[in-house]
Structures are given as C-alpha cells and as structure tokens.
Design a protein. Structure first.
Length: 93
C-alpha cells in the first residue's frame, strides 16, 4: 500500500510511460483519464474496493453552517469528479 504521495506520482508516471497497469482511486487520475493519457480498464477477476468517504463530526442538534457547507462542497466536488470519469450518474463502483 502506497502511503507517500511522491510514490503515487511515480506509479502514475510509470503507468503513463506504458510500464504497467495501476489500481488507484479515480480522483487521483481524473485529469489523465479526462485527457486520454490513461484509460480505465476492468479486469474480470479483480475485486472493486469500497472508496466510500465519510464526514465525521460531533452529533448535536445544530450542526454549524460551516460544517454543513464543507460537507456539501465535498459531495458536489466528488460527485462531479465521478461524473467526469464515468459519465453522469453512472457511478464508478
């Protein structure tokens, strides 16, 4: 498992240099997928990993506006990235 962003960049660069295939979260390569530098493939026997993202904050009656705004921004931004890669409403899972 890669933990250092520099390693991820190196792996993506290697894939773009036709040195193999990679399995990464789609938003890590959304620009390359959109430009056609990389293509998305599905391997028949590969298992999809859950890429669910959770926003965790203290439970209270009134959630601060800034927390609500941040969560909505994440929903909007991540949804638009998924649509850019998979097509509107198609989902990447």
């Amino acid at each position: 498992m890669l933990r250092d962003p520099i390693d991820l960049d190196a792996v993506i660069s290697a894939c773009m240099a036709d040195l193999g295939i990679i399995q990464v979260i789609y938003w890590d390569v959304v620009d390359q997928l959109g430009s056609g530098e990389l293509i998305r493939i599905r391997l028949e026997d590969a298992e999809d990993r859950d890429s669910t993202m959770w926003a965790v904050y203290p439970s209270r009656r009134q959630v601060p506006r800034r927390v609500k705004a941040f969560v909505e921004m994440l929903r909007s931004h991540l949804g638009s990235l998924e649509d850019a890669v998979c097509g509107p409403g198609a989902g990447c899972s």
